[in-house]
Design a protein around this ligand. Structure first.
Ligand SMILES: [Zn+2]
Length: 150
């Protein structure tokens, strides 16, 4: 099992979902009472603060790869707990929790493995939500590079 995935570059992440794309999606999600009801709890917030945004987004890459990317993910529809990790909360908040939700909200059809680009998109959605939930800029993912890029 690949635990240490190469972090997404700004080009990969923002290429998959830029600020404008996130803004559009964020507004759609806000229209759902269910989706907007998800917020980080004290424990998930503490974990995120302790690990840092970059590390948690890297973990998101692993979850996406293992739990969403297969054509038929194990326990699909029930694979994402509601609590216990900031990424899980982010997945429910952004409708990236299972293949059915990916299909309904993100037009990613179930039944086929996610492409690399689709995986990057899902990770980008999660990264935007997580950054916003702790009041950080997405640029916090790439300390030291922000001056050249943003
Ligand atoms: Zn779902």
């Amino acid at each position: 099992m690949p635990q240490e995935l190469e972090p997404l570059s700004p080009e990969q992440l923002l290429g998959a979902l830029d600020a404008r794309g996130w803004e559009t999606l964020r507004k759609r999600l806000q229209q759902s009472r269910f989706r907007r009801s998800f917020h980080l709890g004290a424990e998930e917030r503490a974990y995120l603060r302790h690990q840092g945004l970059a590390r948690v987004v890297q973990e998101a890459q692993g979850f996406v790869l293992q739990r969403l990317a297969p054509a038929r993910p194990p326990r699909d529809g029930k694979q994402t707990p509601y609590r216990g990790h900031p990424v899980f909360v982010a997945q429910h908040a952004t409708a990236t929790c299972c293949r059915k939700c990916l299909g309904r909200w993100h037009a990613i059809a179930a039944g086929a493995a996610l492409t690399t680009e689709q995986q990057h998109y899902v990770v980008a959605v999660l990264a935007w939500w997580l950054a916003e939930s702790v009041g950080q800029s997405i640029e916090a993912l790439w300390p030291g590079r922000q001056r050249q890029l943003f």
